[in-house]
Write a protein that binds this ligand. Sequence first.
Ligand SMILES: Nc1nc2c(ncn2[C@@H]2O[C@H](COP(=O)(O)OP(=O)(O)O)[C@@H](O)[C@H]2O)c(=O)[nH]1
Ligand SMILES: [Mg+2]
Length: 362
Amino acid sequence: MLRAGLIGFPSSGKTSLFQLVTSAREAPRASGRADANVGVSRVPDERLDRMTALFNPRKRVPATVEFADIAGVGGARTGAQALLDVAPFRNADALLHVVRMFRDPSVPHPAGSVDAARDVRAMEDELILADLGVVERRLERLERDLKKGNSAELRREQEILHRCREALEAGRPLRALELAGNDAKLLRGFQLLSAKPLLLVLNLDEADLAKANDAVGIAGLESFMSGAATRAVPICAKIELEIAQLDAADASAFMADLGLRESGLDRVIRASYDLLGYISFFTVGEDECRAWSIPRDTQAVLAAGEIHSDISRGFIRAEVVRYEDLLARGTLAACRDHGELRLEGKEYVVLDGDVINFRHAT
Ligand SMILES: Nc1nc2c(ncn2[C@@H]2O[C@H](COP(=O)(O)OP(=O)(O)O)[C@@H](O)[C@H]2O)c(=O)[nH]1
Ligand SMILES: [Mg+2]
C-alpha cells in the first residue's frame, strides 16, 4: 500500500485535503496516535468496476492509499524537524506538500501574504535542514564505529552519506541524487525527508479554478518542477469538500459547471501513482475482484508476494491475460480459447492492467 504524508505550512489546507481524500469515501481508521491522523482511501479504478460487473463477486477490493495528516490546529508541529519524530511521515513513500494559493483574508497566512513559490522553497529548505541534522549525526556515529572496526559496508555507507551531506549543504534535496540499486535501498533505510518523492498539491482559490491547468506557471514554479521525483497537481480543497457532500447527480452537475472532469481525490491519487511509478494488476473471480498496486517493472514473483509471501515462495507460474481482452471476451476460458491467456515465469515483468492468476505450490 502506498503511504503519503501531508505536509505544509499552517492553514494551507492539509486537514481539508485529508478530509477530502479519506472521510468522503470511508471513515478514517482510528490511528491511536496523538501526533498524526491516519486515513485510508480507496483508489478509484474504472477497470476494477467493469470487472466487478463481469464477475459479480462477493467482494470487490480496490487498492488503497494511506494518508497521514499532522494532528493539531494551526500546526505548531508542522516544522519538518518535528516530522522526523512522527512515524507515518518518516515511513511515507511520498510527501504531499499542500501549498496555499487561495487568498481568503479571513484565513491569515502565517507569513502574512500568499506566495506559493516562497512557501515551496521554504518547505524544501526545512526538509533539507532536517535531513542535514540526521546525516551529520549518522556520520559521527559511523566514524566512531569505523574506529572500532573497519568494514566495507560501513565505508560504503559513509561514502553515500558524504554525498548526501554535500548535496544538502548546497541546498539540494536528496531526491536529486537519483541513486540506484543497493545505494538507493541504503538511502531509503535512512528515512530522510528530502529523499522522498514530492507532490505539490496546489490549493487554488475558488475564483482560479478555471485556470487550474496553468497553476504551476501562475505560482512561478516551472523551474522547481524540473527537479527529480517532483510533480504538481491543482485542487481546490474547499470547493471539492463541498462537492463531496452532494449526492452523485448534483456532484457531477456541479463539477461539470466548474469544468472539473475528475474529483480532487482522483487527481491527487493519480498524481501520486504517477509520481511513484506505481501500476495496478488485478486478481478476479466469483469470490473476489481485487486491484493490487506495485512499482513499475516488478517481476511476477515479487508481485505474487504482494498478495501473500506463500504465493511468492511456492511460485510455479503466472497465468496472465490483458484486462482489455478479458473485458472483450467476457470469461477467462474464452481468452484461453483465443490464445490470449499467457503462461509466464517468475521473471515476467508485470504490466499495468494485467489480470493474473498465480499458480503456486502449497
Ligand atoms: N477559501 C478557501 N479556504 C480554504 C481552502 N482550503 C482550506 N481553507 C480554509 O483554511 C483554513 C485552514 O484549513 P486547514 O485544512 O485546517 O489547514 P491546515 O492548517 O493546513 O490543516 C480552514 O478554515 C479552511 O476552511 C480553499 O481552497 N479555499
Ligand atoms: Mg491541520
